[in-house]
Design a protein around this ligand. Sequence first.
Ligand code: FAD
Ligand code: FES
Length: 264
Amino acid sequence: MPGTNTFEDVKATIVQTRCVSSDVSIITLDCPSIAATAKPGNFVNVKVNSSTQPLLRRPFSIHNVQGNLIEIMVKSIGCGTALFCESQEGSTVMVLGPLGNCFTIPDHDFKTALLVSGGIGTAPMLFLEKTLAAQGIKVINLIGGRTKEDLLAQNLSNCRFATDDGSLGFKGTVVDLLRNELPDIENDGTLKLFACGPNPMLKALANFCNERHIACDVSLESVMGCGIGICYGCSVEINTPNGGVRTILLCREGAVIDAKLLVV
Ligand SMILES: Cc1cc2nc3c(=O)[nH]c(=O)nc-3n(C[C@H](O)[C@H](O)[C@H](O)COP(=O)(O)OP(=O)(O)OC[C@H]3O[C@@H](n4cnc5c(N)ncnc54)[C@H](O)[C@@H]3O)c2cc1C
Ligand code: FES
């Protein structure tokens, strides 16, 4: 599904920067126009400072929306994310958004949403959970990480955890946890899964869901430049319904795709 054409480039004030772990911060930005139109699964492309280093913007999921404010959960992994996490409250950044498409929330016959995330892939889940809960849909979060330090469950409800090293919750991957929990969860009614995380996790999850005919949306990541379909930096291959593959620009036709379309 193509993304929105109605995005804006706004100068946003950083209202708050809050560390939630050794390398993850939640950054609150004042951008009323983006907050007003954002949907779960959308992302923003942020020029993290006013210099040419880094030259390109960096894409981030919208973690939460509260009134005129949006929150971004940022994991520091390189130059751009480190600079963004170190931003001073009161400073400004250019924010382009909301970009991309959104998670598809079925409008009937849908009682339980399973939000499956790994690492910083948990970032879009709070906004999604709040939107689903407002529609009376039961939400269960399955959250995975290598160790308990990688689990990012801030403000999420009904969370079940998996860690590779067993330091918290189920010992194994979040897909193993899903396999373990699914028989009980399926009794709760019609299901849909929504997922974001590292590509190997998403591929394993897509295989799992496709074999069982469970509806699942996955939010992918790729390197991005412009975020609006100009630079062709974000092309990825997806399956077509007739068994072929085609190339999409993830910033326009993603970042959310049906798990059946993921090339595994
Ligand atoms: C649609 C979308 C939504 C995203 N949402 C979030 C989010 O909510 N929070 C968040 O923290 N990050 C998110 N990311 C990832 C984030 O954009 C990258 O971490 C960031 O661009 C890295 O910039 P950098 O300058 O810090 O790292 P760089 O200096 O550019 O790179 C440092 C290292 O990280 C690798 N790298 C760069 N980008 C990625 C990536 N996307 N995935 C894995 N490795 C990468 C590079 O290859 C390099 O090895 C998202 C990405 C996309 C495409
Ligand atoms: S990021 Fe430029 S075309 Fe998608």
